[in-house]
Write a protein that binds this ligand. Structure first.
Ligand code: IMP
Ligand code: MG
Length: 200
């Protein structure tokens, strides 16, 4: 424990705001290798398109696709939700849409975290209307205790407790995305703030 604390502090300004490491780098990379293999099996011979939701899932996408040894394409969408930064309000706005049509293609939506499920409920509805051959969801993290909308997630990296986490793409107020692990943010960092959460 002491060693972990020292390592975090040696990372400087960001690490000092982390209460503890929830998922370390080795554990992340082992799980991504498993998920990549499962996806390669599931989509062998199919026209696979990974769609990542900016910005939180970019690190996940970049590492995951290196573990998917079959041909595939990637594309990006950006959404914004409003309300307190540590909670999603369910009001979703598209800030950036896809570059190409998804009609007849096998779409795998890549998310950083499923929390209330509001963002994904909206996005899957929107994408399904564009008539892909299939539409599935992969998420790195899931907070099942917080679910407000029922969402069918095909692959989940880790189910986690109801704590606000940052790192490996996930932010609080646009910071901490560059931490190479998933950590629990000290609640003192987000106490007393209420800002717009633009571009997840
Ligand atoms: P949902 O619509 O409530 O499922 O919210 C999903 C979005 O909220 C995610 O894509 C994240 O951007 C953000 N979010 C939810 N929980 C966390 C967290 O613990 N840390 C950082 N961002 C989170
Ligand atoms: Mg966010």
């Amino acid at each position: 424990m002491m060693e972990e604390a020292n390592r975090l502090n040696s990372r400087g300004a960001l690490g000092k705001d982390i209460e503890r490491v929830l998922i370390d780098e080795k554990t992340l990379s082992r799980r991504l290798a498993e998920m990549g293999a499962a996806i390669a099996d599931a989509y062998a011979g199919k026209d696979l398109l990974l769609i990542a939701v900016l910005k939180g899932s970019v690190l996940f996408l970049a590492d995951l696709m290196r573990h998917i040894p079959i041909p595939h394409e990637i594309d990006f969408m950006a959404t914004s939700s409003y309300g307190a930064d540590v909670q999603s309000s369910g009001v979703v706005r598209i800030l950036k849409d896809l570059n190409k049509s998804i009609e007849g293609r096998h779409v795998l939506l890549v998310e950083d975290i499923v929390d209330s499920g509001n963002t994904l409920a909206y996005l899957t509805g929107l994408l399904a209307a564009r008539r892909p051959a299939s539409l599935e969801i992969i998420t790195l993290l899931d907070k099942p205790d917080r679910r407000e909308v029922d969402i069918a997630v095909a692959w989940t990296g880790f189910s986690i407790p109801n704590e606000f986490v940052v790192g490996y793409g996930l932010d609080y107020d646009e910071r901490y995305r560059n931490l190479p692990y998933i950590g629990i943010l000290k609640p003192s960092v987000y106490a007393d703030t209420n800002t717009e959460n633009s571009m997840e």
